[in-house]
Design a protein around this ligand. Structure first.
Ligand code: CA
Length: 240
């Protein structure tokens, strides 16, 4: 499955070959199982505004800023733009609801993928729209010895977030590798669009409640069910 996807990817981009040296991991829904809680917090926030909103809507919109999500759905429900006060108030509410749940657990199987890549000598980056100050500490706590400060692209580094290609283009530059030497691991349509627009091989790992087509249609080169399937494919193709 991965082998065919790689062949299609090389042909579509007219690359000389594909030889991975760097892996670019998204964070929410890829490293940490934080999406179910984000989704529940969004559903409750929208309920308080009086807007019908499902957990599926939250997964589809993952990667938009909170203020933008509030604006999109207020426009849809009430036919008017949101006010800055509404954006601030409801984003604070959503953040408080999310924080009340404590620290999210790692995605099952992702630690094994990270360790296998590290042992194979791959560079490992985190590329996230999150701007939390404690990010590196949190990563080090859950995945000791894997991530480094200089191998991160966060909200503080980019002008345009996903789905713009900028975050992944910056990661590529920091890694010092060619586009046919980098791999993106994403779980959300906007993140997949970003990796695809950067012309990188983009793996959609469907760790949430989306349909596989949601990631396929966003431009994923391959869609996998979980991290165990990813590790299998990497081993079968002698990448790790
Ligand atoms: Ca994500």
């Amino acid at each position: 499955m991965l082998a065919q996807a790689i062949t299609r990817f090389i042909a579509a981009n007219k690359y000389p070959h594909f030889a991975p040296k760097a892996f670019f991991f998204d964070m929410d829904g890829v490293l940490f199982n934080s999406m179910p809680r984000h989704a529940k917090a969004w559903v409750e926030t929208m309920r308080q505004i009086g807007i019908e909103f499902s957990e599926y809507d939250a997964f589809l919109n993952e990667g938009q800023t909170g203020r933008r999500i509030i604006d999109i759905f207020i426009r849809k429900a009430f036919g008017r733009p949101s006010t800055v006060e509404e954006q601030e108030k409801y984003y604070r509410l959503k953040s408080d609801l999310f924080d009340a749940g404590g620290a999210p657990e790692p995605i099952p199987g992702v630690a094994e993928v990270l360790n296998a890549l590290k042992n194979a000598g791959m560079q490992i980056f985190v590329v996230t729209g999150s701007g939390q100050a404690s990010l590196l500490g949190k990563l080090e706590h859950s995945f000791p010895g894997i991530f480094q400060k200089e191998k991160m692209v966060t909200a503080h580094d980019v002008r345009h977030g996903k789905p713009d290609p900028e975050p992944y283009l910056m990661a590529l530059q920091k890694a010092g590798v060619q586009p046919w030497e980098g791999v993106v691991i994403e779980n959300a349509p906007l993140g997949v669009q970003s990796g695809h627009a950067a012309k990188l091989f983009t793996v959609g790992v469907n760790t949430g409640i989306l349909r596989p087509e949601d990631l396929q249609d966003a431009g994923a080169d391959i869609v996998l069910k979980n991290m165990h399937e990813l590790l299998d494919e990497l081993q079968r193709n002698s990448i790790v």
